[in-house]
Design a protein around this ligand. Structure first.
Ligand code: PGA
Length: 246
């Protein structure tokens, strides 16, 4: 099996029928897809159906796109991490940070919530274009990572480096640029988690990953996987990405 992890962040692209169709197509090409380590983050409304359709596919984990800071209560429209048995959950995605005005305090609560109740969490971090042009990338990364707990309690932490200027823009960060930032992240994390099992801590890249960029980026030694948005919500495009990695 290919060692890299391919995480599909379906965002709000697919309705529940389209999400099910996608999974049915995976099921019909099961031999091909079983070669890859996959995570799927469907919309909450499709979650259970996707989980059922993935149940005979042990190489596919199904995660939530977001969770509340609380596990239950009067929070209209929100979803608790305990509402469903998720394999993982995204927190701190730049769309949550900007559209929903989530600050590091909120993201910290969500991350701790995930690490307490489920086995894995994906913390998304990354600088905006202004911050990049202002040479603040490392400072921003350091600040966004300052919310990490000191103890992971044996849970999996995936840090997804997603420069905001690369998300949904078609602009993929260069291999050298990603290597620089990942090695900075890696140093910070290594310091913090010197006692943790290395295999529980993973680094992803996300931002306009597609079939044209995936192969070259996959040669980055520190990279454990990809968080893929729009190209992951189109069955053909997702299949093409994986095909490049065979
Ligand atoms: P994109 O999104 O691949 O559409 O740029 C990535 C993400 O937001 O996780």
């Amino acid at each position: 099996m290919n060692k890299k992890i391919f995480a599909a962040n379906w965002k709000m692209y697919l309705n529940s029928n389209e999400s099910k169709d996608f999974m049915l197509q995976i099921n019909s090409s099961r031999d091909f897809f079983s070669e890859f380590n996959i995570m799927i983050f469907p919309s909450h409304i499709s979650f259970e159906a996707i989980q059922v359709l993935a149940k005979d596919l042990p190489n596919i984990r199904v995660g939530m796109q977001d969770c509340d800071i609380l596990t239950s209560g009067a929070v209209t429209g929100s979803n608790s991490i305990t509402s469903i048995k998720a394999d993982s959950c995204l927190v701190g995605h730049s769309e949550r940070r900007t559209i929903f005005k989530e600050n590091d305090d909120i993201i910290k609560k969500k991350l701790n919530n995930c690490l307490e109740h489920i086995e894995s969490a994906v913390l998304c971090i990354g600088e905006s274009l202004d911050e990049k042009e202002d040479n603040q990338t490392f400072e921003i990364i350091k600040k966004q990572l300052s919310i990490l707990p000191t103890d992971l309690k044996g849970k999996e932490l995936i840090v997804a480096y997603e420069p905001v200027w690369a998300i949904g823009t078609g602009l993929v960060a260069s291999k050298e640029y990603i290597e620089d930032v990942l090695s900075y992240i890696n140093n910070l994390i290594k310091d913090l988690y010197s006692n943790e099992n290395d295999s529980n801590i993973k680094l992803f890249y996300g931002g306009s990953v597609d079939e044209n960029s995936v192969k070259e980026l996959s040669t980055i030694p520190l990279l454990d996987g990809f968080l893929i948005g729009s190209a992951s919500a189109d069955f053909k495009k997702f299949e093409n990405i994986l095909n490049k990695m065979r």
